[in-house]
Design a binder for this molecule. Structure first.
Ligand code: 5GP
Length: 138
């Protein structure tokens, strides 16, 4: 597996070099909105310490990330009055990963509503509002 590359986009977000719509932060993890949301409320949870994905993460990183995933998933479910939550997590290019810093996608889901196709930039004002909505439910 290739080494961690600290020029990936999420490493830049962690260093404050590019902005994000923050939802939640603690000593070990950060949650922020995906800028190409496939669902309303689509957000990402990452560890603050570097690792590419689940395959090289430490048990402590995984535990911290999953704790935040559970916390934010429940808040997002409440905020969007969702009936369910889909989690997505990809490992290496063959596994569908595009940004090589470990992340879990959180998607609030409603019965009968499909996820939107990937790769379409969202409206920044709408995404900002969704971040605030989830943060308020935490
Ligand atoms: P994955 O690696 O899980 O396939 O996908 C990476 C995710 O990062 C995609 O859902 C994409 O929309 C999101 N993404 C890519 N660039 C940025 C960015 O600059 N900011 C944010 N907030 N999300 C991004």
């Amino acid at each position: 597996m290739p080494a961690y590359d600290d020029q990936n986009i999420f490493a830049k977000i962690l260093r404050g070099e590019i902005p994000c719509f923050k939802v939640y932060e603690d000593d070990e993890t950060l949650c922020f909105m995906d800028i190409m949301p496939r669902t309303d409320g689509h957000c990402l949870v990452i560890p603050k310490r570097p690792c590419r994905n689940v395959l090289d993460a430490s048990d402590a990183q995984l535990a911290a990330v999953m704790s935040t995933v559970k916390k934010v998933a429940n808040a997002a479910k409440t905020a969007f009055e969702a009936e369910g939550i889909t989690l997505q997590q990809f490992n290496e290019t063959a596994g569908g990963q595009e940004v090589f810093h470990l992340h879990f996608h959180i998607h609030p889901r409603h019965d009968g509503v499909s996820m939107r196709p990937p790769g379409k930039m969202g409206d920044m004002d709408v995404i900002k509002g969704h971040a605030e909505k989830i943060a308020a439910a935490l």
